[in-house]
Ligand binder design. Structure first.
Ligand SMILES: [Zn+2]
Length: 68
């Protein structure tokens, strides 16, 4: 199993929240429509950048900062 340390490619923040699971993206490329495999979508909590990962990636997203 592969564990990745998450780092936003934009701001290098390592904090992200799950924006969606089992998300399939549809699109078009050169007159062909395609549908991706289910993806996990993470959103950087600092800059809002969206990151897409397939099911093979594993994350440690247990830490939640409670700022209440
Ligand atoms: Zn970011």
């Amino acid at each position: 199993m592969e564990q990745k340390s998450l780092a936003c490619p934009v701001c290098q923040s390592n904090k992200a929240e799950i924006a969606g699971e089992d998300v399939k993206l549809s699109g078009q490329f050169q007159d062909k429509e395609f549908l991706t495999t289910p993806l996990t979508v993470l959103r950087c909590t600092r800059c809002g950048y969206y990151m897409f990962f397939d099911k093979l990636a594993q994350f440690t997203t247990k830490e939640e900062s409670d700022e209440s």
